[in-house]
Ligand binder design. Structure first.
Ligand code: 13P
Ligand code: SF4
Length: 346
């Protein structure tokens, strides 16, 4: 529990990744601390919980978040919580997913930046058009989509379960959307494991993960002997080919915890590297920092504002019918996860 600005500084001072956004001085912590105190008091008073993605700023993760995780874990937590209000510090589609799963709860999204380059790449109408073109296909959407798109699809997936769910779906014909690069990685995975699937892709990409360059990995491998290269499945297949481990943000965290490489090069938004550094102070992380402007648009000030003023503009509201349709694809994700986790030899 953080009791003073000094406690806050002690927790954050070792972070040196991410330039000025993630460098903490005692003065900066003096400024942040009153927000921390007020947020933590208001959470109790309002029976509220803060769910945060690992990519948000370290001060949120370290001082006010009740749970930090990947998109799958956050969806699970949104169902399990007894809190009546959920403040979702992440991207809007994740807050929408929490609302779809908990229509009776108040869900607030503190950030003023609604987008995500993947979620913005496709609309419900685009899916309806694709359905006409591919009537016999199963439509699988990545969780990084709006409720509108989820409502038109059969199954939702996250980066932690995409391969296993697609393997488990009986239909050989799949439309996977919107992440083109994750889709290409999925096709490679199926080929490698002799899984017969005919997969049609959309053209969305994550503007953070598509930027990585294989030459950068070669350079880092030359500079740091036995470095472990860890990447997210939203990266290009040529990045995955040079990686030692590929997984969702939570899977990457576990991988780093469970292994003992001399250094790690994380090919993902640098909030994750920051979190890893906080949780594994003796491990070494090398390479550059890339920031997701959407995730980093959450801050202590806008979290306090939603807790204090409950602004209607930041409250997630969804049409009831649309929400029910979208829930169907998310419920199917949970069903498939149960199915493959309970299957012998899975
Ligand atoms: P995870 O589900 O792995 O946390 O990924 C979400 C995301 O937006 C990655 O860019
Ligand atoms: Fe979207 Fe990419 Fe940011 Fe993840 S990192 S929220 S996919 S823009």
């Amino acid at each position: 529990m953080i009791q003073s600005a000094k406690d806050l500084y002690e927790g954050l001072k070792h972070i040196k990744i991410g330039g000025s956004t993630c460098v903490y001085s005692q003065e900066k912590c003096n400024e942040l601390f009153p927000y921390v105190t007020e947020i933590n008091e208001l959470k109790k008073k309002n029976n509220a919980i803060i769910l945060a993605h690992s990519y948000v700023t370290p001060e949120i993760i370290h001082s006010v978040a009740d749970f930090v995780g990947d998109s799958y874990e956050l969806s699970k937590k949104a169902i399990e919580t007894e809190a009546t209000t959920i403040i979702f510090a992440a991207v809007k589609f994740m807050a929408e997913t929490a609302k779809i799963l908990n229509p009776e709860k108040h869900v607030y999204f503190p950030s003023t930046t609604n987008g995500c380059s993947l979620a913005d790449s496709i609309t419900g109408n685009d899916v309806r058009e694709l359905r006409k073109k591919y009537p016999d296909y199963s439509f699988v959407c990545y969780i990084n989509t709006t409720a509108d798109v989820k409502a038109e699809c059969d199954v939702c997936v996250t980066s932690s379960n995409v391969y296993k769910i697609v393997e488990t779906i009986e239909n050989e014909n799949i439309v996977f959307l919107p992440d083109n690069l994750m889709g290409k990685n999925l096709i490679d995975h199926c080929k490698k494991h002799n899984i017969k699937k005919n997969i049609i892709l959309w053209n969305g990409t994550c503007y953070v993960h598509e930027e990585y360059d294989p030459d950068m990995i070669k350079f880092i491998k030359n500079e740091y002997k036995d470095v472990s290269v860890v990447s997210h499945p939203e990266c290009h297949p040529n990045i995955l080919a040079l990686s030692d481990y590929v997984g969702s943000t939570a899977q990457m965290i576990n991988h780093v915890k469970e292994t003992d490489a001399p250094s790690y090069f994380m090919l993902t938004e640098c909030g994750l590297t920051t979190r890893l550094k906080l949780e594994n102070p003796t491990k070494t992380f090398v390479g550059s920092c890339t920031i997701c402007k959407y995730m980093k648009a959450n801050n202590l000030k806008n979290i306090l504002d939603v807790l204090k003023n409950k602004p209607e503009a930041h409250k997630i509201k969804l049409d009831e019918d649309l929400s029910k349709k979208a829930k169907h694809s998310i419920d199917n994700m949970f069903k498939y996860v149960d199915l493959y986790t309970n299957k012998p030899n899975s």
